[in-house]
Ligand binder design. Structure first.
Ligand SMILES: NC(=O)c1ccc[n+]([C@@H]2O[C@H](COP(=O)([O-])OP(=O)(O)OC[C@H]3O[C@@H](n4cnc5c(N)ncnc54)[C@H](OP(=O)(O)O)[C@@H]3O)[C@@H](O)[C@H]2O)c1
Length: 294
């Protein structure tokens, strides 16, 4: 039996929470900003429902075995009260977010030894608070070791592919190679495929090539072929195929721009690797805000 608190049960966190709640041995608490009563998730293998404990304040929770953080990266500074209440001597904290800086992002909030970085490829969206659609079963990877093995064990009852891998850094940078290219459709507010041109192709290729160079300097094993694979995917992206940064901009929310492109510029500077294309999209999107707000 494990006590598990999920901070930020939105599209991804709510989906994971519903899967974890299917194990009657788990004691699940959802730490929410916007309250709701229950979880209902449409998955590729049917509907999941659950009525876990729901906490709206850090005063209402206590130390648990596991915390899973599934907020957007830009919301991390607001999590300090939750973490202070939930993290005890035995607690591990899985950070289930995009990007490659899972440990660094929490360095001022948690001891490094308790952080379990997790990368997910589980496309999910939120219809309303507590109501999600999971488009594909997908996967989660964490680093090998005791913490990773214990995290994987939380999911043995569920068909999502959760595994511990030797080279987590490479997996995270491979995902970043895809995510960094999403800045182009976020700038255009259209899918890249229908408006494909030599200039857009050069921009996508530039973003991903820079990501590969910086990722290799950070210790990731990235094949040159990943660049053309991402370019090809962007060339074929049908109208309406967005990404979460595009959706955030459309909704006038903050964007995970720093975690997806800013990080390439910052770590590029550390290794003296030029990253002009990522720097350009960071500058443009930092100043852009919502397309609907003048
Ligand atoms: N969605 C996907 O398909 C997917 C796939 C792979 C990776 N990811 C990554 O997973 C992470 C989460 O993405 P998402 O799409 O699930 O985001 P999301 O739907 O926006 O969910 C984030 C949740 O965090 C909550 N939150 C924010 N600050 C909070 C706080 N201080 N206390 C409690 N809850 C708080 C939000 O509350 P409100 O309800 O008030 O907004 C929301 O429910 C991101 O890093 C994303 O890049 C997402």
């Amino acid at each position: 039996m494990a006590s598990i608190a999920i901070i930020g049960p939105g599209a991804l966190g709510g989906t994971i929470a519903a899967w974890l709640a299917q194990n009657p041995g788990h004691d699940i608490t959802l730490c929410v900003r916007t309250p709701f009563q229950s979880l209902r998730v449409q998955t590729p293998v049917g509907e999941l429902t659950a009525i876990p404990a729901i906490a709206t304040s850090a005063n209402a929770v206590q130390a648990v075995d596991w915390v899973i953080v599934a907020t957007k990266t830009y919301d991390v500074p607001s999590l300090e009260p939750w973490l202070q209440a939930l993290v005890g001597a035995q607690t591990r904290v899985a950070v289930l977010q995009n990007g490659v800086e899972h440990v660094a992002r929490f360095a001022s909030l948690l001891p490094e030894a308790v952080i379990v970085p997790a990368i997910a490829d589980i496309p999910a969206s939120r219809l309303a608070p507590g109501e999600m659609v999971q488009q594909r079963l997908g996967w989660i990877v964490v680093p090998e070791g005791q913490n990773g093995a214990d995290f994987v064990a939380l999911f043995t009852h569920c068909p999502v592919d959760v595994s511990a891998v030797r080279d987590w850094t490479t997996r995270a940078w491979r995902k970043l190679c895809l995510n960094c290219a999403g800045a182009v459709s976020t700038l255009l507010m259209r899918s890249t495929g229908p408006v494909w041109s030599a200039e857009i192709e050069a921009m996508v290729r530039g973003l991903v090539t820079e990501c590969v160079h910086v990722g290799r300097a950070e210790g990731a094993y990235l094949d040159d072929a990943i660049v053309e694979a991402v370019v090809e995917g962007a060339r074929k992206a049908p109208e309406g195929a967005g990404n979460s940064m595009y959706a955030d901009r459309l909704a006038g929310r903050s964007m995970e721009l720093d975690a997806r492109n800013g990080v390439i510029v910052r770590l590029g500077q550390k290794h003296a690797i030029p990253t002009p294309t990522n720097a350009l999209v960071v500058a443009l999107l930092s100043g852009a805000g919502s397309p609907w707000i003048s």
